[in-house]
Each structure stands twice: as structure tokens, then as C-alpha cells.
Design a protein around this ligand. Sequence first.
Ligand code: SF4
Length: 166
Amino acid sequence: MTNTPLRADCARCAALCCVALGFETSSLFAFRKRAHCVCPHLTADDRCGIHASREAAGMGGCVRYDCLGAGQVVTALFSASWREEPAMLEVFDKVRALHELIELLVTAEQLPLDAEGEHTRGELLRGLDRRGGWSLETLADLDLPEKTRLVHGFLRSLSGSVAGTG
Ligand code: SF4
């Protein structure tokens, strides 16, 4: 169980991934885009100008991408668009990374953790998965590198603490 939406709701997002994310030319992206630069396919009303033909246009990476709900959460924290409030993009980067940590901990619930492992998982999750959500102030205070270190350290430790495994 989580208090955090972990799936994108693009209808409630200001197209943050189309601006915040960077990508390299590959089989998934037809061109290189730097992070925090606007995709040339984004229209003035923040819609994808090639939405129905993204695969055919070589932008299959956009079809597959999921911000894990960060987009709609960040959009709701601001009263204007990233066009007026570019700080939104940095907040999106942080919330996306935060949601990735939460999803890792939620997924770890499927593992046969021993009691200590489950306790630690719950403690870490409660520190990230706030009932009522995050505000700009609480997000600013969030030490994400430290939380990332703790979550990754916990997950690495599971090879020794998962019940019934070697
Ligand atoms: S191609 Fe469309 S979905 Fe992909 S980044 Fe550009 S505007 Fe967004």
C-alpha cells in the first residue's frame, strides 16, 4: 500500500517529461534532446504534436516512459506552468527520483522478507511516502541523496536477510 500515485496521469500534467528529460539519439528517440529543453514536438498548449504517431516518428521512448506519477504531483504544487516557473523542472527531477525509491520499496513487499527486513522496509517507506503528500517546503528539506543511499543499501542487504534464501 502506498499514499503516493505511482502511475502517470498525463491529463493532469503540464507535459513536464517533454521538457525536463534529456535523451540521446537511439532506436527509441529520433534525435538528441538536452534535459530542461523543450521538445520541438511540444505545442504551445503543452500537447504532443505527434502523439498518435510517436512510434512511427521514432519516438517510441516517449510511449514507454512513465514518470511514476511525478508529473501530476508536481503540476499540482504550482499555480503556473513551467514556462512561467522553470523551477518546476528541478522539482520534477526530484519527485521523479523520490517516486522511483518508493516504487522500489513497494515492490520489495513481494519478497519473503524476514521480520527485521519488513520493519526496515516499512520505516524507509514511511519516511518517503507521506500521507497528504509533499509540499514545496518539505520537498526542499528532503535529503534525497541520503534517502537514496539508505534505500539502495537496504535493497543490497536483502540477499542476506530474505527469509528462506541463501
Ligand atoms: S515527442 Fe511528444 S511525447 Fe515525446 S517528448 Fe516530444 S512532445 Fe513529449
